[in-house]
Design a protein around this ligand. Structure first.
Ligand SMILES: Nc1nc2c(ncn2[C@@H]2O[C@H](COP(=O)(O)OP(=O)(O)OP(=O)(O)O)[C@@H](O)[C@H]2O)c(=O)[nH]1
Ligand SMILES: [Mg+2]
Length: 319
């Protein structure tokens, strides 16, 4: 994803420091002290403007992002808040562009150019400081966006279920991902992507945080990220149950969530009972990600939904 390319967003003080240094080096090229003050005002406005424009351009056009990423952005911060922060940066950039020439002109015409220079710098600094909150917020957004995994367009299995049922244990056994596994709920806090080679093809396995059976409005951002991955990314959903209830939740609650998810998606949902080392569960596909029993049979069941790859000869003909 292009998020990795977003550079660190500087604070107001950092922007001003760099711009002052740049303007000071330009100023030193002028022999005459009045011309030097005028040059300082011109260059500092220009440097601030250019830096702010680069910040705005560093963020992707959120409207054109794949729906999964747009929904994650909406869940984590809300698109409006990001738009507002970028709007603040745009406002300050426009301010520097429109007021820069006037301030430069006033400095040139002033009797005491040093006073005018100080006044111009104070006004510009005050404008940049006004958007410091926006800059700090955008840097936080940038830090999280950079860590979002890249989701490819390969055949995708999304693993879903209640917290602590063994979703990450399954993903770790069958794919390249190595998520954290622990005996407490909500160990997984975001989407984790792993892969598995299947013949000439590669399939994608997505681990999701646990979700609780409760009204949508009560669900936290972690659960909502899981649901958006299930709805938007899955070609097939693996719904893991823990009938032993060692996960800390009743089977009844887990089955209610299973039905909710089945209603939400229009792809197949494969329901599997995990932790069968603690007891076999009749009527379900059984596996144990602890002993490994049944795990690769589950993988085969999931991959049966993968469309056959187009034979190489046909690819050549199509080209
Ligand atoms: N007995 C037994 N324990 C298991 C099995 N699979 C996972 N566990 C244990 O269950 C706990 C939770 O496993 P995770 O893989 O972290 O579960 P998760 O569903 O990813 O949990 P969250 O990320 O919190 O939603 C860990 O202590 C695992 O060791 C299993 O087949 N049998
Ligand atoms: Mg997990």
């Amino acid at each position: 994803m292009e998020f990795e390319k977003i550079p660190t967003i500087p604070t107001a003080d950092e922007i001003l420091d760099v711009s002052f240094r740049r303007a000071a080096s330009k100023m030193r090229l002028k022999q005459n002290k009045d011309r030097a003050n005028e040059e300082f005002v011109r260059s500092v406005n220009q440097a601030v403007h250019d830096r702010l424009v680069r910040i705005m351009q560093a963020f992707p056009d959120f409207e054109t992002l794949p729906v999964f990423y747009r929904e994650v952005v909406e869940i984590l911060w809300g698109m409006d808040r990001i738009r507002q922060a970028l709007g603040g940066v745009g406002w300050a950039a426009r301010w520097a562009r429109t007021h820069g020439p006037g301030l430069t002109y006033q400095t040139r015409k002033a009797e005491d150019t040093a006073i005018l220079r100080k006044r111009a710098v104070a006004r510009l600094s005050s404008v940049v400081h006004q958007i410091n909150g926006d800059l700090v917020f955008l840097n936080e957004v940038r830090n999280v966006l950079r860590k979002l995994p890249h989701v490819g367009d390969e055949f995708t299995v999304v693993v879903a279920g209640y917290p602590n049922v063994g979703k990450s244990s399954f993903i770790q056994m069958v794919s390249t991902a190595s998520p954290e596994i622990a005996s407490y709920p909500f160990t997984t806090k975001g989407i984790i992507v792993g892969h598995r080679e299947v013949g000439r093809d590669r399939v994608q396995f997505i681990d999701t945080p646990g979700v609780l059976d409760r009204p949508a409005a009560d669900r936290n951002a972690i659960e909502r990220q899981a649901l958006t991955a299930i709805v938007n990314l899955a070609d097939v959903v693996l719904y893991i149950l823990d009938p032993s209830e060692h996960c800390g939740y009743s089977l009844e609650e887990q089955v209610r969530l299973q039905h909710e998810i089945e209603e939400m998606v229009d792809v197949p949902v494969i329901v599997v009972a995990n932790k069968t080392d603690l007891g076999y569960f009749d009527g379900y596909i059984n596996m144990s990600t602890e002993s490994g029993d049944g795990v690769f049979e589950v993988v085969d069941t999931l991959l049966a939904y993968k469309p056959e790859p187009v034979p190489e000869e046909c690819v050549e003909i199509q080209e």
